[in-house]
Ligand binder design. Structure first.
Ligand code: IFM
Length: 422
């Protein structure tokens, strides 16, 4: 038996996002998913359109207490969720106080159950009015986003100390909306892709400064334990592992790709984030990196997503990111596995490598499994099942999967125990 002990105070939890679980959102994605063009496309591909419309999703907007009871039962002490901008600011400049009250209640329910809230301000969806202005292609988008961010933080500042501005915006989102345009797009092409990345980076920096100011002011006037010094504002990016090769040209391409994809934001904006949120899922074995057959043997596949699983990759990605000298939270790592045959091993294998990275000096503060619940997986609909908890979409019944209990033991003990696999 091998025991891998995690540092004291290490955070254990899971993550979700608003549009994927709440249900009945009205935003640019909900418009797109039920548009005649999208429905026609799905029918042409022989798919059932309702499987690709988020609809009531997991109905977590109403059932969040039940969901957080489950997370507590699974010994989690942190939970990441996102706020739906279109609920907070359904019309330009008009903020819905009822909507913010909902999220205040949600944060309280988490705190009452001993879980620290980690709040994402933006996770792929936009209010209709914002999308109609071009979304993040609009050069005023940093101001629009920051106005919304300030409103949210102002109203939750006493209870939330971990903020994420954007989720995977510069990689997955900018790519899917501008390059492949398989997501709701406001303009295709490389120039739009670059413009969007620039605007989102600016939006982050502006919001970062404003959020910190809110805590500077409030720490002089309120009793809250949260101040601009202990509140952390970060950004979450998706990094893939690109394996080593021995060929000069592929090493060069690989370096450029990593710089452009994995490091772009972190390098440019070092003073403007307090932590890095890392979402890691798989290895990327594109032909232009060289086939790498000899260097990295083929691993298992995550069939529901067609991703190649490579747990050791998280170690290398963490080591790479550690050069930015900021604390790192694993804000997502998980497997779509409805049958629950691979999940326990997936989690344990990745934790083993995260532990190794910590031993080798990387400042990792927590691990949040994606996802607490099965949910709406964007253009892939409801089929991929990432949840620790299975959702029956007909009855909305929640059922904890066996692997979730295995993860719960790790969360409780703050250590991973494995029969000598390694
Ligand atoms: O479901 C998504 C999530 O919204 C962002 N990160 C990757 C997950 C799995 O694809």
């Amino acid at each position: 038996m091998s025991i891998y002990k995690f540092p004291d105070g290490f955070k254990w939890g899971s993550a979700t996002s608003a549009h994927q679980i709440e249900g009945n959102n009205h935003n640019d994605w909900s418009e797109w998913e039920s548009s005649p063009e999208r429905i026609a496309q799905l029918k042409k591909e022989g798919k059932t359109p309702s499987d690709f419309i988020s609809g009531r999703a997991c109905d977590s907007y109403n059932r969040y207490e039940e969901d957080f009871d489950i997370a507590k039962k699974l010994n989690q002490n942190i939970h990441r969720f996102s706020i739906e901008w279109s609920r907070i600011e359904p019309e330009e400049g008009k903020f819905d106080f009822e909507a913010i009250k909902h999220y205040q209640r949600l944060v309280k329910v988490l705190r009452d159950r001993g879980m620290e809230p980690m709040v994402t301000l933006w996770h792929f969806t936009n209010p209709i009015w914002f999308a109609e202005k071009g979304g993040f292609l609009n050069k005023k988008s940093p101001e629009y986003f920051t106005r919304y961010a300030k409103y949210v933080v102002d109203n939750l500042k006493d209870e939330v100390g971990l903020w994420i501005t954007f989720n995977e915006a510069l990689t997955v989102y900018a790519g899917y909306t501008n390059l492949t345009a398989i997501w709701p797009s406001r303009g295709r092409g490389i120039l739009n892709f670059l413009r969007m990345r620039r605007n989102i980076s600016k939006a982050h920096v502006l919001a970062y400064r404003e959020v910190k100011k809110i805590y500077d002011v409030s720490s002089n006037s309120s009793q809250s334990f949260l101040t601009s010094h202990n509140v952390m504002v970060g950004i979450t990016e998706n990094n893939v592992y690109v394996p080593d090769t021995k060929n000069f040209w592929t090493i060069l391409v690989r370096r450029m790709y990593k710089r452009f994809r994995n490091f772009y934001f972190f390098k440019e904006n070092t003073p403007h984030y307090d932590f890095i949120g890392l979402n890691y899922y798989h290895i990327s074995r594109k032909p232009f990196f060289g086939e790498n057959k000899k260097l990295v043997s083929k691993q298992e596949f995550m069939k529901e997503m067609n991703w190649e699983i490579y747990p050791e990759g998280i170690y290398h990605v963490l080591k790479d990111l550690s050069k930015f000298k900021k604390p790192i939270f694993i804000t997502e790592n998980g497997i779509a596995d409805g049958a629950d045959l691979q999940r326990e091993k997936f989690i344990k294998d990745h934790l083993r490598w995260i532990w190794q990275a910590i031993q080798d000096g990387v400042d990792v503060r927590g691990y949040l499994y994606w996802s607490l619940l099965d949910n709406f997986e964007w253009h892939l609909g409801f089929k991929p099942r990432f949840g620790l908890v299975e959702i029956d979409y007909a009855t909305l019944e929640r059922k904890i999967r066996p692997s979730a209990y295995e993860y719960a033991k790790i969360c409780r003990e703050n250590e991973l125990k494995v029969e000598s696999l390694y």
